[in-house]
Design a binder for this molecule. Structure first.
Ligand SMILES: [Zn+2]
Length: 76
C-alpha cells in the first residue's frame, strides 16, 4: 500500500505551525519544529500528532535516585 508523497504534516503544540514528518516516522520519534525550534515527539500516528519531547535532564535525575536505592541494598 503506497501513500502519495514522502512526508506528512502535524501541528506544533507550541506555535501551531505545520511540522513536516517523514511518513516512515514511528511512535516516539523526536524532531525539531522548524518554526520555533521546540523539540517534539510523535505521540500518535493515526492521526499524526506531536507533543513536547521528554526532558532528558529529568531522566538523569531519576537515575540518580535509583543509585541511592542501590546503596541501601548494600547496607542490608
Ligand atoms: Zn513550533
Amino acid at each position: 500500500m503506497f501513500e502519495v508523497g514522502s512526508v506528512k504534516t502535524a501541528q506544533c503544540p507550541e506555535c501551531d505551525g505545520l511540522v513536516t514528518v517523514d511518513r516512515r516516522a514511528k511512535l516516539g520519534d523526536s524532531l525539531e519544529c522548524p518554526e520555533c525550534g521546540t523539540m517534539l515527539e510523535v505521540i500518535s500516528l493515526h492521526p499524526l500528532e506531536l507533543d513536547y519531547a521528554l526532558d532528558y535532564e529529568d531522566w538523569e535525575e531519576e537515575w540518580e535516585e535509583e543509585d541511592w536505592e542501590e546503596e541501601d541494598w548494600d547496607e542490608e
